[in-house]
Design a protein around this ligand. Structure first.
Ligand SMILES: NC(=O)c1ccc[n+]([C@@H]2O[C@H](COP(=O)([O-])OP(=O)(O)OC[C@H]3O[C@@H](n4cnc5c(N)ncnc54)[C@H](O)[C@@H]3O)[C@@H](O)[C@H]2O)c1
Length: 281
């Protein structure tokens, strides 16, 4: 186990983070960014081999350290075990990033109870499990940071994702409740709400369309900046809530959506300066 990070420079030097869903997309980008900032990071996900490859890459490239841990976040026992393993390896816990998530597309009347429970378990109940088992450690650290990953679906409905949308709305309530009830223990809890972000989750949905790129371009027509987000764009906001750059901020949410939610209706009429190689509008 690499231990160099306690001496590494950076905004998260000496901090230990548990990041769920860190084997791809936003979680993977956050794990690498945190280690870049000197943190020791538990790369938590269901795919252990992939997690190990990511942890090895982070250990090679960054001043921080990473450890892969297998965990299905919808299982309380597995979440508890992964938090215990994090502390066993790194000695403490300062930051919980509840990022793992899934979508089931369908009409509500066609859902089975098992489908409903699965999405609720992965997207929402997992956050309760992580907080419950992380709390004594965050309290012991005297400063604790909890970052929950919501979505633009935390604020508006999106077609044919009723349970996903329900969980993402509920995450705002959970974030405020934790912020309120645990401020006295030195814990701040905030939520990041990404818009269209180019991760495996997004492409999984676009790839069922006859022309995935055309489907993405059509969605981006509704986005004032005219572009999608990278996982790193979102990870930077997660970092903001995980350190003293956000001192004094708790119980809030930050929308990172290239302007998507600023308008009830929007249609791009031409290129924007945010698009690569676009002419000046
Ligand atoms: N990509 C977007 O456009 C977008 C937009 C808004 C919100 N989000 C949110 O961002 C978060 C990360 O998603 P992403 O876009 O990086 O997609 P992703 O598919 O790359 O990441 C989701 C991760 O969650 C993991 N996961 C799913 N079920 C799990 C389980 N039971 N136990 C442990 N891990 C599990 C997956 O393996 C994956 O690594 C999610 O909460 C998602 O809802 C994404």
């Amino acid at each position: 186990m690499k231990t160099k990070s306690s001496k590494a420079p950076g905004r998260l030097a000496g901090r230990v983070a548990w990041i769920s869903g860190a084997t791809s997309g936003i979680g993977e980008a956050a794990a690498e960014l945190f280690a870049q900032e000197g943190a020791q990071v538990a790369v938590v996900g269901r795919r252990l081999e992939l997690g190990r490859k990511i942890a090895a890459r982070i250990n090679r490239r960054t001043p921080g350290a990473a450890l892969a841990l297998a965990c299905d976040v919808s299982s309380e026992a597995e979440v508890a075990q992964s938090i215990a393993s994090t502390v066993k390896a790194f000695g403490r816990l300062d930051i919980l990033v509840n990022n793992a998530g899934m979508v089931e597309i369908g009409d509500l009347h066609t859902y089975s109870e098992a489908q409903w429970d699965r999405v609720m378990g992965v997207n929402l109940k997992s956050m309760f499990f992580a907080f419950k088992h992380g709390f004594p450690l965050l309290r012991a650290a005297r400063r604790g940071y909890v970052v929950n990953v919501g979505s633009i679906s935390s604020f508006v409905g999106q077609a044919r994702t009723p349970v996903y949308t329900t969980t993402k709305h509920a995450i705002l309530g959970l974030t405020r409740s934790i912020a309120l009830d645990y401020a006295a223990h030195g814990i701040r809890c905030n939520c990041v709400c990404p818009g269209i972000t180019e991760t495996p989750m997004l492409w999984e949905h676009l790839n069922v369309r006859p022309d995935p790129q055309a489907a993405l371009d059509a969605r981006l027509q509704r986005v004032p900046m005219g572009v999608s987000l990278s996982p790193l764009d979102v990870a930077k906001s997660i970092l903001y809530f995980s350190c003293e750059d956000s001192a004094g901020v708790t119980g809030t949410s930050l929308t990172i959506d290239c302007g998507y939610l600023t308008a009830a209706e929007w249609q791009c009429t031409g290129p924007t300066a945010f698009q690569k190689n676009s002419p000046t509008p």
